[in-house]
Design a binder for this molecule. Structure first.
Ligand code: PM9
Length: 478
């Protein structure tokens, strides 16, 4: 009998499509231990040692369990300063899975951003995106540019159950590009044109909007708009395979297409991508820039050498590139993706059944708690999502991460807190690491905190770094 196709009734995987070959012991702590530990780190879970965490959902980045084939690849990796065999394996994998001929390895995603944005962004430039991830925004701002979020309004509605809430708003994109100072060939400069736009970026899936996917129709239309205005379009491709799988599940016409083909079509609409291999590269370290344009490649390699290393290793060992090449091939496997998306959806469903407010629909790599509905009585100046993150740790040794006001930082012009429209706690699920029983523990922890939410107190900064403050900030309880 044919097994049901993804999206058809019964497609939900019965169990993990892998066996566990190596295990890592994790330890439970007591509540008094956790009380002491969280106070020591200034109520910021980034400061905790991972041994003090029972179930670590801080990030899905660099936390994947590698496959036996990837571990074997570490031995095969060829360590050479220039021209490593493993670099060419990576180049082949990127060409095969994404269709780009040119690759610059980097040690992780933000390093790819640093190299590409140093090449392309000038002070005063504006970079539109569906929604910038925090490192992406910080790198645009570091270059003196402005990061402009143009995601559709749907993304800001935590309960709108829509298939592609990561889409870029095409009308806003069109209007923004029409304000470019540089006239499009054959046209006069638009009256009042006031923006310098080096490129447009689309983040798949849209992490800052809850891991929501972008549809193929949206990518295609955005690409057409960018081409018409002669502005390059890039993908932030950190979770491209999860995005491709959502297209297969949700977009008419793609149900019978292979995810690999869908991914290739997604990339066919763009000029290149930045990639954090720590997500859909299924590795613990690594990233790259992939490009079509040899001129941009040449210019970027100059910065790659300065910041990362020779363009055939870019801050990575040969073995890291080998593991990433293998990870890129594995991540488009449909049994893996059905398990992956189903696993995350399982946690979302358990939380919803327990009455825990979450962002819906559940995204590809994480479940996001809606802190504004979870803790309606805490004012935003008291950082409710940070307070909830602390409480999940205290209750069950579960580490999530705040995606709200603390992460959003201050407006560089006014110095005021930026209050994002969504105040969330992200529970990111590492790939191939935790079982469903672990997810049951997480759901139970959230439910118990919900039951006593009236007792939760807010937080205030005692130390606030000027950039990317969420990583190293310290707080006190109010
Ligand atoms: N994302 C995440 O946990 C890791 C850093 S914050 C704890 O979600 C996108 C969409 C990301 C991303 C990292 C990066 C940067 C770029 N784009 O972490 O530098 O989600 O490899 O990638 C994190 P690197």
């Amino acid at each position: 009998m044919d097994s049901p196709k993804a999206g058809e009734p019964g497609w939900w995987p019965e169990a993990e499509p892998f066996r566990i070959k190596v295990v890592e012991t994790i330890r439970r702590t007591t509540r008094p231990e956790r009380e002491k530990l969280i106070e020591e780190v200034g109520f910021n879970v980034f400061g905790l040692r991972s041994e003090a965490v029972y179930i670590d959902l801080l990030t899905d980045s660099g936390t994947s369990a590698m496959s036996d084939a990837q571990w074997a690849g570490l031995m095969v990796g060829d360590e050479a300063y220039a021209g490593s065999r493993s670099f060419y394996r990576l180049q082949e994998a990127v060409a095969g899975v994404m269709g780009f001929p040119l690759v610059i390895p980097t040690h992780q995603g933000r390093a790819a951003e640093n190299v590409l944005f140093t090449t392309l962004v000038r002070p005063g430039d504006v970079v539109p995106n569906n929604m910038h991830f925090d490192t992406t925004r910080a790198h645009v701002e570091h270059r003196g540019g402005t990061a402009l979020d143009l995601v559709t309004e749907d993304a800001y509605d935590p309960v709108a159950d829509l298939p592609f809430k990561g889409n870029i708003d095409l009308d806003k994109l069109e209007k923004t590009l029409a304000r470019r100072q540089e006239p499009t060939a054959g046209t006069a400069p638009a009256a009042g044109a006031d923006l310098s736009i080096p490129f447009v970026l689309i983040t798949v899936t849209c992490n800052s909007a809850g891991g929501q996917p972008v549809s193929m129709a949206n990518l295609r239309a955005a690409s057409e708009i960018c081409r018409r205005h002669e502005v390059p379009l890039y993908l932030d491709a950190a979770r491209f395979a999860e995005n491709a799988f959502f297209i297969k599940l949700r977009e008419p016409g793609y149900g019978n297409r292979a995810v690999r083909e869908i991914a290739r079509e997604m990339f066919s609409y763009v000029d290149g991508c930045t990639m954090s291999g720590k997500k859909d590269g299924l590795v613990n370290i690594g990233g790259f820039i992939a490009l079509r344009d040899p001129e941009v490649y040449q210019r970027a390699t100059v910065w790659a050498v300065l910041f990362e290393g020779f363009p055939t290793y870019g801050g990575l060992a040969g073995r890291d590139m080998e593991a990433m090449a293998r990870g890129l091939e594995e991540v488009v496997d449909e049994d893996y993706l059905a398990y992956r998306v189903g696993h995350v959806a399982y946690l979302g469903r358990s939380l919803k059944e327990a009455g825990v407010p979450i962002i819906e629909p559940v995204g590809g790599h994480a479940v996001y708690l809606d802190a504004l509905r979870f803790l309606p009585n805490l004012p935003r100046e008291q950082y409710p999502a940070q307070a909830l993150t602390v409480e999940l740790y205290l209750e069950g040794g579960v580490r999530g991460v705040e995606i709200g006001t603390v992460l959003a930082g201050r407006d560089p012009a006014t110095g005021e807190n930026r209050f994002p429209r969504l105040e969330m706690v992200r529970l990111a699920i590492p790939r191939r690491v935790y079982t469903r029983q672990h997810l049951d523990v997480v759901a139970g922890t959230c439910r118990r905190v919900l039951e006593r939410r009236g007792q939760l107190r807010g937080l205030a900064f005692t130390h606030e770094p000027p950039v990317l403050r969420h990583f190293t900030a310290r707080f006190e309880r109010l």
